[in-house]
Design a protein around this ligand. Sequence first.
Ligand code: AP5
Length: 256
Amino acid sequence: MSVGNHSATRRGAAGLRLVLLGAPASGKGTQGQKLAQSLGIPKVSTGDMLRAARDAGSELGKLADGIMAAGKLVPDDLVIRLVDDRLAQADATRGFILDGFPRTLPQARALDELLERHGASLNVALCIDLPRELLMERATLRRTDVRTGQIYHLKYNPPPDSAQLVHRDDDKEETVRKRLDAYDTMTAPLLPYYQAKNILCHVDGIGSPDEVSARIDRVVQQFNGAGNSFAASNGPATSGNASGKDASTEGGADGA
Ligand code: AP5
């Protein structure tokens, strides 16, 4: 991975460098968008970047298209390069929220190396937990406005009449199942990885977007520019799978 003059990693401890973890449709995009707006730092979503590449008809997009439609993961080297290039952009100098990356241990190690080379590290790995049956419902009824990128849900967050909606190919029930399986196999191992670094925190994803957002805000406030001492103030977190819950889970449960 080439980092060159990587501006995103030259920020030292000035900004928040946060990874959003969680199974497909757990709410990473929705919460990442809110957090990015409130903190004034970019949300970097590898899923969004791959879909943009597909829609643009680039070589990467053509390659990724079939893989995504099958509910599988795009090869590590391709997404690592995407993130490397994206974090080099000026708007990432004050921090960033990574949504959907890293998704495998090699990706997590590559991200660490990228940051370490510039004397920086991740501050928080925040995992949104949700039971599998709710993940399925959230994915299959998701719709996105192509013009604004706004994420809606036909039941929980209905779109306005003016929205120009798309239904993601990989949100069909059978494909969602494969994506959930891929998460348990390939991505859940990141939880003990970040737990060992003392930066893992779980947030309960059940409840309205605003309720989940308030829980995430509390976690972020604990960070409060304290660098990697975040984990010490938040207590250790334990690992789990797509529906994992543990003692460090932030907030209570209420109907989705
Ligand atoms: P990606 O786009 O990253 O998909 P994902 O991780 O599967 O996550 P989703 O976008 O499905 O869900 P989300 O957690 O963002 O939930 P959302 O906020 O939308 O990746 C797609 C594909 O690209 C992958 O399968 C893979 O092929 C490839 N890829 C991407 N990154 C890769 C990587 N690093 N390596 C390899 N391959 C990669 O919410 C879901 C729905 O629920 C919405 O309708 C929303 O309105 C609703 N909702 C959200 N919160 C609530 C709430 N609190 N209450 C009620 N409804 C809610």
